[in-house]
Design a binder for this molecule. Structure first.
Ligand code: ADP
Ligand code: MG
Length: 320
């Protein structure tokens, strides 16, 4: 298949439908040297990019549909963590062979999520090489309302959405050849876009959990210049981890990456609002600790004793 044929196919297969009156802002999309995009009035542009390499960021046997889904999901998660509204995406594909069937399933996965968030694919690049997918997502936000990592204050509640550890559990099972009934925790993370948007004006800091709860909490604490108490007994459960022994379960919950939940800090006066938000979005929101003066994370067991966590998160180039 020729490069241009492939691009045309991807363009066709990723096209999303808009509701009447929806302002998609695409003045010029795929087909020229660059896209021309119109931001809604009085907004700022928010941009993020993430690359997924086969065998590093997803198992080589991942279904093309799921690769297409996940490369957009991880990017939408970054915009969610800022409280932004995603609108456009650029896709840089490096493929060993240009195969129509692979591309069509990939595009279907991408489109399924793009449609849910009304994100238009407006450009990209296509090259031959080892399988690697790089997505840039663009969105907008009302000036000054972005959620950043540096706003946490002592006394703020530490809150996590959903649950953590499921994706790492699935990945480890696959890697060690154990059967996995349901891979979706790994392959189909749900970016918390609506949650991020709702946190504006309430949360003091926010990050999405890509590298593991402890590692990403560490980024917030460093940026905010504070420490935190983490109540190990309050970490949200998830059914995948039910059969694990407690130590293993903690390791997944604290250090497992790839969950794409939001971790945020909330001034305690918003506590009641948090429960209402959780009910209205139908997303579990669990208070797992509190921001403190000082630095670093202090893990505390349910009985009040200090807890020493096993390892932290996933880091590229570790030891190199
Ligand atoms: P150029 O040589 O000017 O960079 P290309 O031939 O690479 O242009 O791309 C032609 C058009 O197709 C451009 O609008 C580009 O953004 C788009 N495009 C290329 N690859 C992709 C892709 N994988 N997904 C979406 N759009 C793409
Ligand atoms: Mg190009």
């Amino acid at each position: 298949m020729q490069e241009f044929e492939l691009i045309r196919q991807i363009q066709r297969d990723t096209a999303v439908d808009y509701p009447p009156g929806f302002q998609h802002g695409v003045r010029l999309g795929i087909g020229d040297d660059a896209a021309v995009l119109e931001l809604p009035p009085d907004t700022h542009l928010v941009a993020a990019a993430d690359t997924m390499n086969a065998g590093v960021h997803f198992p080589v046997d991942t279904a093309p549909f799921d690769i297409g889904y996940k490369c957009l999901a991880v990017n939408l998660s970054d915009l969610a963590a800022m409280g932004a509204t995603p609108r456009w995406a650029l896709l840089s594909l490096s493929l060993p062979v240009a195969e129509a069937e692979w591309a069509s399933q990939f595009a279907e996965g991408f489109r399924s999520l793009a449609q849910a968030h009304r994100v238009s694919l407006v450009g990209g690049d296509t090259t031959r090489g080892p399988l690697s997918i790089s997505v840039t997502v663009l969105g907008f936000i009302e000036p000054g309302t972005q959620l950043t990592r540096d706003g946490a204050n002592p006394g703020d509640l530490l809150v996590v959405s959903g649950s953590t550890g499921g994706a790492a559990f699935v990945l480890e099972a696959l890697q060690s050849g154990r059967p996995v009934a349901d891979r979706r925790r790994l392959d189909r993370p749900r970016p918390r876009v609506r949650l991020g948007q709702s946190l504006k004006g309430h949360a003091s800091a926010c990050i999405d959990i890509s590298d593991g709860l402890l590692a990403d909490l560490g980024h917030v604490l460093k940026a905010s210049g504070c420490g935190a108490r983490l109540d190990i007994g309050k970490l949200p459960d998830n059914t995948l981890l039910a059969a694990c022994d407690p130590e293993r379960k903690r390791r997944y919950q604290l250090a497992g990456g790839d969950d794409y939940e939001l971790l945020f800090t909330l001034p305690p006066r918003h506590r009641d609002w948090l429960d209402k938000l959780s009910a209205s979005l139908e997303v579990p929101l669990t208070v797992i600790g509190e921001i403190e003066a000082g630095k670093g994370v202090r893990c505390v067991s349910a009985d009040g004793s200090a807890y020493q966590p096993p390892g932290t998160g996933f880091e590229h180039f570790k030891g190199s």
